[in-house]
Design a protein around this ligand. Structure first.
Ligand SMILES: Nc1ncnc2c1ncn2[C@@H]1O[C@H](COP(=O)(O)OP(=O)(O)OP(=O)(O)O)[C@@H](O)[C@H]1O
Ligand SMILES: [Mg+2]
Length: 200
């Protein structure tokens, strides 16, 4: 059963947004999904509680134990130490790192990648990808991101735009894949890249 850990110690980078939207996308593919909310702030848990019953079933867990679902998605808290990630490593198949495309966030991410490297977490048996989140077109942040991508060994598999549709969907316990395509076409196309990487 594939296990996906969404991790970046930097607060507000989009871990919960990615985890919840990923859980929706995978459950829409007919898979059972457990969303592990490891954050004491319980944002993923709150999101799931507002999700209506007729929508695809996603099981909630607030611990690390695997539950036997087709997919297990882990939403981790800000400031989570690397050794916690190491403890999950034996079960981890995918590590997704959301990054905001500001120069400050990118600097933090570079340091964080160096500490992952030091902890021998960049070359295990798992696939690692970065996802640029809240990307605005034609901004200085986009140029900073491009420069970062150029030097990076880890692929940036998707760029998710800055969109109020994420906020609106989250308020209703939904994800981008729950919304009609004509309203969120751009967002859904961006998500297809991440899903293709996961299934590739
Ligand atoms: N692509 C996006 N477009 C617009 N808003 C976004 C996007 N991604 C995340 N947000 C908003 O940014 C805020 C932070 O996102 P989120 O909660 O997913 O980050 P986080 O990494 O889980 O934060 P924390 O470290 O506190 O757990 C939320 O209000 C969320 O709705
Ligand atoms: Mg969060």
């Amino acid at each position: 059963m594939p296990t996906v850990v969404v991790f970046n110690p930097k607060g507000g980078s989009g871990k919960t947004t990615l985890s919840t939207n990923l859980a929706v996308a995978l459950s829409q593919q007919g898979k059972t999904v457990t969303l592990h909310d490891l954050d004491p702030q319980l944002s993923s848990s709150d999101w799931l509680k507002t999700r209506k019953e007729h929508q695809q079933t996603i099981t909630l867990s607030t611990n690390e134990s695997l539950t036997g679902s087709d997919w297990e998605v882990f939403d981790t808290p800000a400031g989570w130490p690397i050794d916690k990630l190491s403890a999950l490593a034996t079960e981890m198949q995918y590590l997704i790192i959301p990054v905001l495309p500001s120069s400050l966030d990118i600097k933090v991410s570079v340091r964080f990648l160096m500490s992952l490297n030091k902890a021998d977490l960049l070359n295990g048996g798992w696939k690692i990808a970065m996802v640029a989140n809240r990307v605005k077109r034609s901004t200085i942040s986009q140029r900073t991101l491009d420069a970062f991508l150029h030097h990076l060994q880890i692929p940036f598999v998707a760029q998710l735009g800055d969109s109020q549709n994420y906020v609106k969907a989250a308020e209703r316990g939904m994800g981008i894949m729950d919304l009609p395509t004509h309203r969120v076409k751009r967002e859904q196309i961006q998500w297809q890249k991440l899903l293709a990487w996961l299934h590739g």
